[in-house]
Structure formats: structure tokens, C-alpha cells
Design a binder for this molecule. Structure first.
Ligand code: DX5
Ligand code: ZN
Length: 223
């Protein structure tokens, strides 16, 4: 199993001082910056684009930026985010006309590709592309908003994906996104996740370091 990564979702950060928020959460011990891109088409909300990713790089952020594309169409955004300094780029397979092509575009642009599955999206899209994936992102809420509750059935789906990854022999991260908190992160890790997105749980508190270290203490208990 890979070392656990904690990826705060900046969707719940204070956007009036985003650079400072990202610095603070990284200084508080976060590993990766989770960057939610919503287009008011694939999901009913509108957030941030490549300009903001580029601005964070210009501000001095050197940590990996994990771009989660909730957009349709997908492909134009890949190149733009790669140019803007993205490290990982994931998309929802049902939002792409040609999943293999979109994955290859991410690889060719020098980023690490991932596929995202909504709570009710079946896993068949994995069948022929496991060899191309750097990460698989399971949504444990329906995409579009921060602050929703973790859907408990996601634990079974995590176990299923963990088994698929292990059987495949490929070195693929298993990321979970939605409703992750201090009190459920251990169970989520035990179901097979090794990368944890948390928005409101972290940015909703004043002491980011305290939440992240509580999360790490819970993760240390996972088996
Ligand atoms: C939802 C986003 C999530 C969201 C998570 O569509 O993909 O990354 O910000 O927020 P919390 O942790 O508050 O559920
Ligand atoms: Zn996300």
C-alpha cells in the first residue's frame, strides 16, 4: 500500500485569500491540493478554471495540484490545465466521448491521469484502461457541492476497486472524495483508499493543522 495522502479541496477555502489558504493548509501538513473544476453543465455549479491554477503556481505553490474535472466536454480543458501547472488530471468517463483518447491526452501533456466514478456510475469504464491510470477517484457524494454527507455504500465500492487494482498488478492510487471527516477516515482507509480529499472538514475549522493531524492519527490506526 502507498503512503496515505491528504488532499484538501480548495472548494471550501476562503476564495478572497486563496493563495494564503493553500499555503496555510500545506504548511499544516497537507500533501496535495485538490482542485474542483465545475462547469454548470456536467454538474450544477460553476467554480474555477486554469487561470486560478496558474495563479497558484505563480504564487509559489510547488505541491502537486490534483485537478478534478467535472466538465463536459473534457478534452479542451486537459491541455489548458496541463499548461496551467496541473499535476494530476481526472475526469468522469461518461463526460468524455473517447475515454482512452482523453487519458492519452493527459499522459501526453505530462500529467498523471485519473478516472472519476460517481456513486451510481458502474466500474466497467476501467476494463480496458487500467494500464493507463495513475489514480482512480471514487465520489462518495454526488458531484457539484462541498459539505455533503458521505454515502455509506461507497465503502463497498472502495473494496471492489481496491480488489480490481490489486488483481491488476498496476500501481494505481485509490482516491476518495466527498464527506471525508476525522470520524470516518479510518473506515475509508480500511476499505482500501489511500488518498483522501477533504474540503469542509478541513477548511471548516480554524486550525487546519489540528484536523490534519487528527486525520493522520486515525489513519495510523487503520489496518
Ligand atoms: C464535490 C467535490 C469535492 C468536494 C468535497 O463535487 O468533488 O471535492 O469539494 O467536499 P467535502 O469534503 O466538503 O465533502
Ligand atoms: Zn473533487
Amino acid at each position: 500500500m502507498k503512503p496515505y495522502l491528504i488532499a484538501p479541496s480548495i472548494l471550501s477555502a476562503n476564495f478572497t485569500k486563496l493563495g494564503e489558504e493553500v499555503d496555510n493548509v500545506l504548511n499544516a501538513g497537507a500533501d496535495v491540493v485538490h482542485f474542483d473544476v465545475m462547469d454548470n453543465h456536467y454538474v450544477p455549479n460553476l467554480t474555477i478554471g486554469p487561470l486560478v491554477c496558474k495563479a497558484l503556481r505563480k504564487h509559489g505553490v510547488t505541491a502537486d495540484i490534483d485537478v478534478h474535472l467535472m466538465v463536459q466536454p473534457v478534452d479542451d480543458m486537459i491541455k489548458q490545465f496541463a499548461d496551467a501547472g496541473a499535476s494530476y488530471i481526472s475526469f468522469h468517463p461518461e463526460a468524455s466521448q473517447h475515454v482512452d483518447r482523453s487519458l492519452q491526452l493527459i499522459i501526453d501533456s505530462g500529467c498523471q491521469p485519473g478516472l472519476v466514478f460517481n456513486p451510481a456510475t458502474p466500474l466497467q469504464h476501467l476494463d480496458h484502461v487500467m494500464h493507463k491510470l495513475h489514480h482512480i477517484l471514487l465520489m462518495s457524494v454526488n458531484p457539484g457541492f462541498g459539505g455533503q454527507s458521505f454515502i455509506p455504500q461507497s465503502l463497498d465500492k472502495l473494496k471492489q476497486v481496491r480488489a480490481l487494482i490489486d488483481q491488476s498488478g498496476f500501481d494505481i492510487r485509490l482516491e476518495i472524495d466527498g464527506g471525508v471527516k476525522v470520524d470516518n477516515i479510518r473506515a475509508i482507509a480500511e476499505a482500501g483508499a489511500d488518498m483522501f480529499v477533504a474540503g469542509s472538514a478541513i477548511f471548516g475549522q480554524t486550525d487546519y493543522q489540528a484536523v490534519i493531524s487528527q486525520m493522520r492519527s486515525e489513519l495510523a490506526l487503520a489496518n
